[in-house]
Design a protein around this ligand. Structure first.
Ligand code: GTP
Ligand code: MG
Length: 188
């Protein structure tokens, strides 16, 4: 058959925002909270099974296949000491998933700073890469709406790149499919 288009997806966001949990939801269903495969479109291709989530050290690489695309996801650590690694992957990325803990009001400004640094980077400035935002942890009492998160991060100012924000609960897999479908449409 035809060779699938190779796509690199970079997953960014502060530590504890839920990046690894989101990516884990795309893996085969043995996660205790997994409600079943997200979609036939998203087939995990490596042998890794869904795992207990631990803070990411450095980064992890995961591979997924859809009907037409072959995805390599770079799941970066959000801890401050590892954030300097992010920029090394900007150049080769075709799409970015930026995850926000919607309940973490104290660090929303830090998330915005990291987003700004990303958007102003030389390898990102003039690139039309799609950015998918997950306003994650919507199940928590303190969670702010995706509209509010969007305002706090000033997303409306992003005019030169397609972007989209989805409310999500990564533990239950809620809201992920809508976002990933959007992202796939942008890339295809
Ligand atoms: P780093 O690897 O340190 O950058 O963190 P991360 O962004 O990969 O976060 P991770 O996926 O490890 O999740 C951090 C914690 O948040 C875990 O205990 C998850 O179970 C929890 N978590 C993730 N998503 C949600 C969610 O939607 N709701 C709730 N309540 N908890 C979540
Ligand atoms: Mg992680």
């Amino acid at each position: 058959g035809l060779k699938k288009k190779e796509v690199n997806v970079l997953c960014l966001g502060l530590d504890n925002s839920g990046k690894t949990t989101i990516i884990n939801q795309l893996k085969p269903a043995n996660h205790p909270n997994h409600l079943g495969p997200l979609s036939e479109e998203w087939k995990h291709v490596s042998q890794t099974q869904a795992q207990e989530i631990v803070p990411t050290i450095g980064f992890n690489i995961e591979k997924f296949k859809s009907s037409s695309l072959s995805f390599t996801v770079f799941d970066m650590s959000g801890q401050s000491r590892y954030r300097s690694l992010w920029e090394h992957y900007y150049r080769e990325s075709h799409a970015v998933i930026f995850v926000i803990d919607s309940s973490d009001k104290l660090r929303m400004v830090v998330a915005k700073e990291e987003l700004d640094t990303f958007l102003n980077h030389d390898d990102v400035l003039n690139k039309k890469i799609p950015i998918l935002f997950f306003a994650n942890k919507m199940d928590l009492r303190d969670a702010q709406s995706s509209v509010k998160v969007s305002q706090m991060l000033c997303l409306e100012r992003i005019k030169d790149k397609p972007w989209h924000i989805c409310a999500s609960n990564a533990n239950k897999g809620e809201g992920l499919q809508e976002g990933l479908d959007w992202l796939q449409d942008q890339i295809a």
